[in-house]
Design a protein around this ligand. Sequence first.
Ligand code: 5AD
Ligand code: SF4
Length: 474
Amino acid sequence: MSQTRNEAPARAGANVRKVFIKTYGCQMNVYDSQRMGDALAGDGYEPTDAIEDADLVLLNTCHIREKAAEKIYSELGRIREMKIEREAQGRSLTVGVTGCVAQAEGPEIVERAPVVDLVVGPQAYHRLGGALARVAAGERVVETDLTTQDKFEKLPRQDGRQIAARGVTAFLTVQEGCDKFCTFCVVPYTRGAEVSRPFAAVMEEARRLAAAGVRELTLLGQNVNAWSGEGGGGRRLGLGGLLRELAEIPGIARLRYTTSHPRDMDDDLIAAHRDLAALMPYLHLPVQSGSDAILKAMNRRHKAGDYLRLLDRIREARPDIALSGDFIVGFPGESDADFEATMELVRQVRFAAAYSFKYSPRPGTPGAAMGGHVEEAVKTERLERLQALIREHQLAFQESFVGREQEVLVEKRGRHPGQMIGRSPFLLPVVVPQSAGAIGEIVTVRIEASLPNSLMAEGADHENRVAQPLRKIA
Ligand code: 5AD
Ligand code: SF4
């Protein structure tokens, strides 16, 4: 099947068009990009990792912070040069913007970046094929309707081969949108109101993934723990109930979900952490700030104490659970004392991992119109202090596994011969020796060392040292 590039144009595949999709932002975009790729495969597009080979370039964008959104315009500048060069050679290039910038800035993008042929928002991916046909007919297309229907139902199902090529872990979007309206956040505007995918659709896709060899499922949603649906016999189910059903699917060994809101962690979901061995002991539960005044201004609708009490309940159900969070520093009105309250909360919780950002005012959100914006230099200094503290806890968390056994799901080959990479239940990458097990197996290894961003299992480093000379010869 192997074919050199020089041979390709003469063959039947010459009119196979190629699509390059670049994904920005969160895991929901990663999932959406895969589904768009599947849909385009039905329209005769093959995926490519090389932008130079592409006939269609899609930027699947993120609007969460200003930096993320601005990146798109600089990328479009580079693509414009590519398109000009192409056209000089008589070849065409179609350029599309999808994702949250598409939703938020739709017609503006077409105006600001003439290189763009189509703009398709996250709820309109099932119209991508139609939009491309209109582009081919000479139109510039903007599709940014926010429908409440399940867009995924209208996209073609993923086939087993495509799934298997993506590996033994998979994302599965079960919920989209958000009704919480935190005052800093654009998501309720870009992804629309909270919609849950129907129970039967989720189960069907999960079974399909499992049948193609997927061992670990990560359920995705902007507010995934707000998922609700109707199980067999009209039974109301929350995320806890859905996880119980998914855990029964043969082949599925691990379940995760992200991202959750503290207010939607209900009793049944907490109980699922106690009851389900397949539900991994790792929870991403953003709190954003440790100051009650800031939490109120953010419209988070809980206090720092509520969050800590919730963690106590979760830890009672699953004592070894590792926590991760998101933080924003420099929200309007954040004083030194407010920031210290965040540092204090982090010291109390000791997150296994956490993501922290400088507040970025987003157009149309209430936060952007608030008084008391914090100076950039203050934001920078607070972010550095917070990240140093988080990093300290993260490293201590990793170190705590040295000398202990861990169950690792083997996911892929490592960078060096003789090594494989997998993940621990706590989402830590673990380098294991190839002899430990094949891709898709869950193996028990003893952790020998903690590296900056991963753990090293016994024997992995040794095999690497032995294997190195071979690598040089090759
Ligand atoms: N500025 C900075 N960070 C933000 N986030 C969301 N909106 C903003 C903003 N305007 C962060 C939050 C959220 C994560 C996905 O991104 O911490 O949980
Ligand atoms: Fe944004 Fe808040 Fe909704 Fe999360 S819960 S998506 S931060 S509005």
